[in-house]
Design a protein around this ligand. Structure first.
Ligand code: ACO
Length: 333
C-alpha cells in the first residue's frame, strides 16, 4: 500500500451494559441524593456491567459495532490499541491481546495505553503515528472501562461519578484524495506531580497485594476532587484555545467540541472561561456518568446517531484525567 499521508476516522462504535442504575437507586445504599448528584455533576444514571463481564467483553462489542458501521471487514484490521484504566488483568496480558483473541484476529499487533481518562486521545495519537509510519493501515482504537470494578461503593465522594462502557474508532490510512479529512493536530500533556490526586493506591509493584489484608479503600479509586476539578477546567480551556489558535480558527469555525464527560460543571466552567456557548459542547454525562477512556468515543457515536456529525465538520475532542494527563485533537470528520 502507498504510504499514508493522512489518517481518518473511518467509523465509530460503542457499547454500554444494559443494567442502568439511576441516582435514586444509588441513594438506596449510599448516603446521597439525586438532587446532590445532578446539581454537582450533571449525572442522572450510569450503566454498570455484570460481575462476570470484563472490560474486554465491553470492548469487543464496541469494536464489532465500529466494524459493522464501516466499509471494512474484520480481516482488514491490522492493529488494536486499547486505552483502559481497568484492564482485565493487572500488568499482563494486555487487554488488547484478550480482545484480539475474542475477535478472532490472532496475529495482528495489540497493545494497551494507560493515560487515565485521556487514554482515548493518547491511543488515537499512537495509532496515527503507527499508520503514518507505515506499520498499520486500519487500527481499532478502543476506550473501554469497567470502572465499577475499582469503585468503593461505600465512598459517596467517588462512587456516584463513574459508569461502565466502551467506544471504538477505526482509524484508517488515507491517500491524497482524503487529505482534507482526518486528525489535523493533537496536543498531549502530562504532569506526574499530580499522580496522587487520582489513584488506586494498592495492587501494583509499589504496594503489592500478596500476603497482606487490604481494605476496600486500598484497591479502589481515591480522588482529591477539588484538585482534579481545577486541573480539568484549566486544561480543558487551554487545550481548546491552543487548538483553535494553532489552526487560525475562531469558535464559529468549529462545529462541535466533545469533551471528556467527567462533570458538566467542569465543562460549564471551561465554557465560561473561553466565552464559548454551552451549545457548542456535546454533553451526554446525564445518561452514562464518567466512563473514563470510553467517554469520548461513546459521545462521538451518540452524536453521529443524532445526525450531529457531517463529513467536513470541524470537531475538537478534549480529555483530562489521572496521571494527571490531558490532551485534545482537532478532527475534520
Ligand atoms: N452526595 C451527597 N453529598 C456528597 C456527595 C454525594 N455523592 N459527595 C460529596 N458530598 C458532600 C461532601 O461530603 C461535602 O460535605 P461537607 O461540606 O459536609 O464536608 C459536600 O458534599 C461538598 O463536597 P465538595 O468536595 O466540596 O463538593 P464539590 O462541589 O467540590 O464537588 C466533585 C465534588 C463533584 C467530586 C468535584 O470536586 C469534581 O467534580 N471534581 C472532579 C472530579 C472528576 O471529574 N474526577 C474524574 C476526572 S478524571 C477522570 O475522569 C478519571
Amino acid at each position: 500500500m502507498k504510504h499514508a499521508t493522512a489518517v481518518t476516522i473511518e467509523s465509530i462504535g460503542s457499547f454500554v451494559p444494559q443494567r442502568r442504575v439511576t441516582n435514586d437507586q444509588l441513594a438506596e445504599f449510599v448516603d446521597t441524593s439525586d438532587q446532590w448528584i445532578r446539581s454537582h455533576t450533571g449525572i442522572g444514571a450510569r450503566h454498570l456491567a455484570e460481575d462476570t463481564t470484563a472490560t474486554s467483553d465491553l470492548a469487543v462489542q464496541a469494536a464489532l459495532d465500529a466494524i459493522e458501521r464501516s466499509d471494512l471487514t474484520k480481516e482488514d484490521i491490522d492493529g488494536i490499541i486499547v486505552a483502559t484504566a481497568t484492564p482485565d488483568y493487572v500488568g499482563f496480558p494486555s487487554t488488547a491481546c484478550i480482545i484480539q483473541d475474542k475477535l478472532g484476529l490472532n496475529g495482528i499487533a495489540a497493545l494497551d495505553v494507560v493515560a487515565g481518562c485521556t487514554g482515548f486521545i493518547y491511543g488515537l495519537e499512537v495509532a496515527r503515528g503507527m499508520i503514518l509510519g507505515g506499520t498499520m493501515h486500519h487500527v481499532l482504537v478502543i476506550g473501554a472501562e469497567k470502572l465499577s470494578s475499582i469503585v468503593n461503593w461505600k465512598d459517596r465522594n467517588t462512587c456516584v461519578l463513574f459508569g461502565d462502557g466502551a467506544g471504538c474508532a477505526i482509524l484508517s490510512a488515507s491517500g491524497s484524495a482524503d487529505e482534507r479529512r482526518g486528525i489535523k493536530q493533537t496536543i498531549l500533556y502530562a504532569d506526574g506531580s499530580g499522580a496522587d490526586c487520582l489513584i488506586v493506591p494498592r495492587g501494583g509493584s509499589k504496594a503489592p497485594l500478596q500476603g497482606v489484608t487490604v481494605a476496600a479503600e486500598d484497591v479502589t479509586i481515591a480522588m482529591e476532587g477539588r484538585k482534579v476539578y481545577n486541573f480539568a477546567v484549566a486544561k480543558l480551556a487551554e487545550t481548546i484555545r491552543t487548538l483553535m489558535e494553532d489552526n487560525d480558527l475562531t469558535i464559529d469555525d468549529v462545529d462541535r467540541i466533545i469533551p471528556h464527560q467527567a462533570n458538566s460543571r467542569i465543562i460549564q466552567a471551561a465554557a465560561n472561561r473561553l466565552k464559548i456557548p454551552m451549545e457548542k459542547f456535546f454533553v451526554n454525562i446525564e445518561d452514562y456518568a464518567n466512563t473514563s477512556a470510553a467517554s469520548i468515543p461513546i459521545a462521538l457515536k451518540n452524536l453521529e446517531d443524532q445526525k450531529g456529525l457531517k463529513k467536513g465538520d470541524r470537531i475538537i475532542i478534549v480529555g483530562f484525567g489521572a496521571g494527571l494527563t490531558s490532551g485534545g485533537s482537532l478532527l475534520v470528520w
